[in-house]
Design a protein around this ligand. Structure first.
Ligand SMILES: Nc1ncnc2c1ncn2[C@@H]1O[C@H](COP(=O)(O)OP(=O)(O)OP(=O)(O)O)[C@@H](O)[C@H]1O
Ligand SMILES: [Mg+2]
Length: 248
């Protein structure tokens, strides 16, 4: 195997007596679309916080394209092409949709060329489907559109790797499917690497080629969706027999 775009080596995060992430190792290759699933409190967001430099790991190492960034600040991760969304959307409500994208563009990685269509606000708005809303304040668009805007802000930083934390939470079934197609397009058409946390498991498993399952801070599975839905530990910890039958 060559150098992974992102590699976590035995990463552990403790909050006092609680081990939120427990010795997780994982490799992500350029161009992959990988899902992360697991019950509430499994450590998914905490793992993202480590992968984006928001939290230093208590122990373990983080390598980005072979560079050891363990303990580095978030801006160094951003500089290396890692962008993320937050579980609670963080858009600037009073600014227009276009200005929110403009904010992200200020942090665009200077060393990297933007993917085709992602060099300016107009192109990004087109990709996320919000061109018609460019001049509206972010507060005036729907929660579902705000999720899209948050992805647009992340895209503006010229990422190589996008970390998406429950961008489909609270969306209708149709909106979830639309979001999944957008995410697939980012990888298929714009060559981005994407790691996607979502509780909408059925949709997620249909679109990713590999999925990590976290449970009580541990990685209990790391395989193709078809394999994961048959995994006895995964079914017991999260999926339940019903879903395994429904998708096999
Ligand atoms: N800053 C913090 N301080 C203390 N405990 C924390 C902190 N952040 C997370 N935790 C705890 O760590 C554990 C993992 O939380 P995390 O948010 O990573 O789970 P999650 O898998 O993202 O859950 P969800 O699906 O509900 O978003 C939980 O028990 C949570 O309460
Ligand atoms: Mg979470």
């Amino acid at each position: 195997m060559g150098t992974a775009l992102l590699e976590a080596r035995s990463v552990t995060v403790r909050f006092g007596g609680l081990t939120a992430v427990d010795g997780i190792s994982a490799r992500f290759a350029a161009g992959e679309l990988v899902g992360i699933i697991g019950p509430n409190g499994a450590g998914k967001t905490t793992f993202f916080n480590v992968l984006s430099g928001v939290l230093p790991p208590t122990s373990g190492r983080l390598l980005v394209a072979g560079d050891d960034l363990t303990g580095a600040r978030p801006h160094r991760y951003a500089h290396h092409g890692i962008a993320r969304t937050f579980q609670t959307p963080r858009v600037f409500a009073e600014l227009t949709v276009a200005a929110n994208i403009g904010f992200g563009l200020q942090f665009a990685g200077r060393g990297r060329a933007a993917a085709p269509g992602l060099a300016d606000a107009a192109g990004i708005l087109e990709v996320i489907g919000l061109s018609a809303h460019a001049a509206q304040p972010a507060a005036a668009i729907t929660p579902s559109q705000q999720r899209l805007l948050e992805i647009g802000m992340a895209l503006a930083t010229r990422p190589r790797l996008l970390l998406l934390d429950e961008v489909a939470a609270g969306l209708t079934e149709g909106e979830v499917e639309h979001m999944a197609r957008l995410i697939r397009g980012l990888r298929d058409d714009l060559a981005l690497t994407v790691i996607w946390i979502e509780h909408a498991v059925t949709t997620l498993l249909r679109h990713v080629e590999r999925v990590l399952v976290l449970h009580q801070g541990c990685k209990i599975a790391d395989a193709a969706p078809a394999e994961v839905v048959r995994d006895a530990r995964v079914i017991e910890a999260y999926l339940g027999d019903e879903m395994a039958q429904g998708t096999s």
